[in-house]
Each structure stands twice: as C-alpha cells, then as structure tokens.
Design a protein around this ligand. Sequence first.
Ligand SMILES: C[S@@+](CC[C@H](N)C(=O)[O-])C[C@H]1O[C@@H](n2cnc3c(N)ncnc32)[C@H](O)[C@@H]1O
Length: 285
Amino acid sequence: MSTNNDQVNDYFANVEDPGERDRLIKLDGFMTDAMGGIFPEMQFHGGERVFDAACGPGGWAIRLARAWPSVQSVGIDISNHMIAYANGYVEAGVRNASFLVGNIKGRLPFEDASFDAVNARFLETFMRPQDWHGFLAECHRILKPGGTIRLTESEATISPLSPNFEKMTFLFVKAMKCLGIGYSQHGMWNTAMLQPHLRDAGYEQIKYRATAIDSSYGTAYHESVYLSYYYGGKAVVPFYEEHGMLEPGDDVKETYRLALQEMRDPSFVGLGYALTCWGRKPMTV
Ligand SMILES: C[S@@+](CC[C@H](N)C(=O)[O-])C[C@H]1O[C@@H](n2cnc3c(N)ncnc32)[C@H](O)[C@@H]1O
C-alpha cells in the first residue's frame, strides 16, 4: 500500500517513514521486556542461527545477538529504511547479526534446514488469513528438524473510560478489515488463530502464553504505549481519509488529538494483550 521501494507492500503505514521506525523501536523495547526477555522459550547452547521475520529496525535481533555472541541473528524486513537502520548496529560492531530487505510473503532467501529458530512478532497488520499458510510452510522448510518457531500477535487495547481513544481503536480495526486483515466479521482476533495455524502447518509440541500490557496512566509501559499511539495514529489518519472510512461529521484529526489527551489524563485505563505461541518442527518429517 504505502512504500517507496520496489517491494509489493500492504502495510498500513509508510514503512520508509522515520516516525514508523521510532514507533517500532519503542514497541520492541517494552514488548520484549513484557514477554519475559528475548527468547525464554528457546534453550541456547551456542552456534544457533535464528531468523527474525519482518524484523523492523532490528531491535529484537540485535538484542539477541548481543546476549549470545555465538548465535547468528538474521532479520528480513520489506523496508529499506528499517534495514538500513538495523545494519547501522552491524556496522557499529554487532557482527553476528545481519539484515536483508525482502518480502516474507514469498520464498525466503535461505537454504532448507538452515535455522534453529524463527521468530515473528506483530505480523498482524499486513498478513491476511490466506498469507499464513505459505509463510509457515517456508519457515518449516528453512528450520532444522527439531527447530523452534515462535509467533507473537496482539489485539486492540481496551480503554473503557476514554471515548476518543476507543474510537481510534475501532477505526484501526475497521481499517484492517478493509485491507482484508483479521478473522472475525468485525476484524482482528489474530491471536486465536496462531495455534491452529501452527498445527495445520505441521508443527508439534505447541504451547502458548499470554502477556498483559497495562498502559494505564502511571504504569511502566504508559509512556512507550503513548509514543507508539502517537506515531501510529499519525500514520493511520490519512488512511481513513483516503479510504472514505469516516462517517459524515467525523473529524478524525480532532479524535486523534483528544485520544492522546485522554491518555495523558490520570484516569486513563488501557489494557492490551499479546499471545506468544511456539512449536517445533518434527525431528522426522
Ligand atoms: C509492527 S512491525 C513489527 C516489527 C518487529 N517484528 C517487532 O516486533 O518489533 C511490522 C514490520 O513488518 C514490516 N513488513 C510489512 N510487510 C512486510 C512484508 N510483506 N515482508 C516483510 N516485512 C514486512 C514493516 O516494514 C514493519 O517493520
């Protein structure tokens, strides 16, 4: 949808926009902490190769590479800008990480059975239901027997006391639905489908864990979630206008301004949720 590189892209934001990069940097930092660290589902012994699909500006893959200097961490993202940013860390000395521009909806540019683990987080805003099968089959191909796949997706934040914030949330879900993303008739509910997708793609020993994200005023995640909404809202407002998603009399710029104001009010209550689901490629296929 919005990109200035030559990859086909249907992401809601302009992936080459530094504002979107900054949003993802914030999001990555607090989500990795909230999920219990970098990769608690995986036992590292040294020498592993890990693929991070749609890695954004590379924060997670770099954190992994720094924590385990003998692990090779490889990220792909469709955005030239995100990958250039991630490669800045490599140039600054994180030599066990590498990043490539690419589209994860096609064939992945790796040999069969060449990774010990695959990580993919927040594909929810560009993967349509029909995209998952091909992607998970490609991950299965590049994983070694016994290799681990870990997926993390989230649902919209619940904010019962903030009407403008809530309206922005509903508009976002509607925008996703308009792009063909999500499973329910109203859009989203991706988290419920992670387990069935992994099972259908032939993975075994599937497990899951939920992470609650409390972004209420005064909590540890409030500021990061605020900034993520600040940049995310800025990116998505033009989308609503371009796609005629607004009702007569709607002033989405004003709704966005008031939503941010609501988040800054001490009464703000915000609760989000992510599901991490992981499994293994069977030893014998
Ligand atoms: C919400 S961000 C998640 C970033 C990262 N996984 C994280 O958890 O911090 C989604 C990322 O997917 C990238 N993206 C969108 N469509 C893509 C595609 N078809 N193939 C690869 N990357 C894509 C965007 O550029 C963006 O960096």
